[in-house]
Design a protein around this ligand. Structure first.
Ligand SMILES: N[C@@H](CCC(=O)N[C@@H](CS)C(=O)NCC(=O)O)C(=O)O
Length: 219
C-alpha cells in the first residue's frame, strides 16, 4: 500500500500538475478519483462521503495525504512537493522568478476555468482566444532562453505551466507556434523520461480536462 494518497475528481483539472510532478519524482501513490453522478445534477456524493473525514484543515480537492501531512490547495501541495523533492526555487533570483510566474499562472488558471465552465462559453471564447497570445507573449519573453521558469533548474511551477499550455493548445490549436521557446518548454517537460512514461501510460487521464458540467473539455 502506497503511503501517499492524493484525491481529486476523475478528470485532469487542478490535479494534473500534481500527478505529473509525482510521476517525475517517482512517488508511488494512491490516486483516488471521485466520479460525478449523471446530468443534470452531477451528484458529488462520492466526494462528499470523504470530504470531511480526511483530517484536512480546509476540506477540498485536490488533496495530498502522507502520514501527518494532510494538505489541500493546489499551490500549497505543489510547494510542499517542491521542497520535498528538490523542485523548489533555491536562490533569491529563482524565488523571485517563481513567485512572479506562479501568480501569473494562477491568474491564467482562473481565467481558463471560468471560460471552460461558463454558460456563455461560446460568447466568451473569441475574446479569450484573442487575449491568449497577448499573455503568452509576456510569458515567452519572461522565459527567454531559460530551459525552466526558475531559470536553469526545474521547479514545481513548470508542471503547472506545462499543463496550462497543454490544455489551452487543445482549445486553440497551434497556440504555441508563434512562441518557439514555449513550444520547446512544453516538449521539454512532456519529454522528461518519467513524465513521458506517465503520459503514455494507462494510469494517466488524457481526457476529460474538466467536470461533465463544463461547457468545454468535460463531455
Ligand atoms: N483553491 C483551490 C480550489 C479547489 C477547487 O475549487 N476544487 C474543486 C475542483 S477544481 C472542487 O470540486 N472542490 C470540492 C469542494 O469544494 O468540495 C485549489 O487551488 O486547490
Amino acid at each position: 500500500m502506497a503511503s501517499v494518497k492524493t484525491g481529486y475528481w476523475n478528470i485532469r483539472g487542478y490535479m494534473q500538475p500534481i500527478r505529473l510532478l509525482l510521476a517525475y519524482a517517482g512517488v508511488e501513490h494512491e490516486d483516488k478519483r471521485y466520479n460525478f453522478g449523471p446530468a443534470p445534477d452531477y451528484d458529488s456524493s462520492e466526494w462528499l462521503k470523504d470530504k470531511f473525514n480526511l483530517g484536512l484543515d480546509f476540506p477540498n480537492c485536490p488533496y495530498y495525504i502522507d502520514g501527518d501531512v494532510k494538505l489541500s490547495q493546489t499551490f500549497a501541495i505543489l510547494k510542499y512537493l517542491g521542497r520535498k523533492h528538490n523542485l523548489a526555487p533555491k536562490t533569491e533570483e529563482e524565488h523571485i522568478r517563481v513567485d512572479l510566474i506562479e501568480a501569473e499562472a494562477e491568474d491564467m488558471r482562473t481565467k481558463w476555468s471560468t471560460l471552460c465552465y461558463h454558460a456563455d462559453f461560446e460568447k466568451m471564447k473569441p475574446e479569450y482566444v484573442k487575449n491568449a497570445p497577448v499573455k503568452l507573449k509576456e510569458i515567452s519573453a519572461f522565459l527567454g532562453s531559460h530551459p525552466y521558469f526558475a531559470g536553469q533548474n526545474i521547479t514545481y511551477i513548470d508542471f503547472l505551466i506545462y499543463e496550462l499550455m497543454d490544455q489551452n493548445s487543445q482549445l486553440i490549436p497551434g497556440l504555441l507556434d508563434e512562441f518557439p521557446n514555449l513550444k520547446e518548454f512544453h516538449a521539454r517537460i512532456g519529454g522528461l523520461e518519467k513524465v513521458a512514461s506517465y503520459l503514455s501510460s494507462d494510469k494517466c487521464i488524457k481526457y476529460p480536462f474538466n467536470g461533465p458540467m463544463a461547457q468545454w473539455g468535460g463531455k
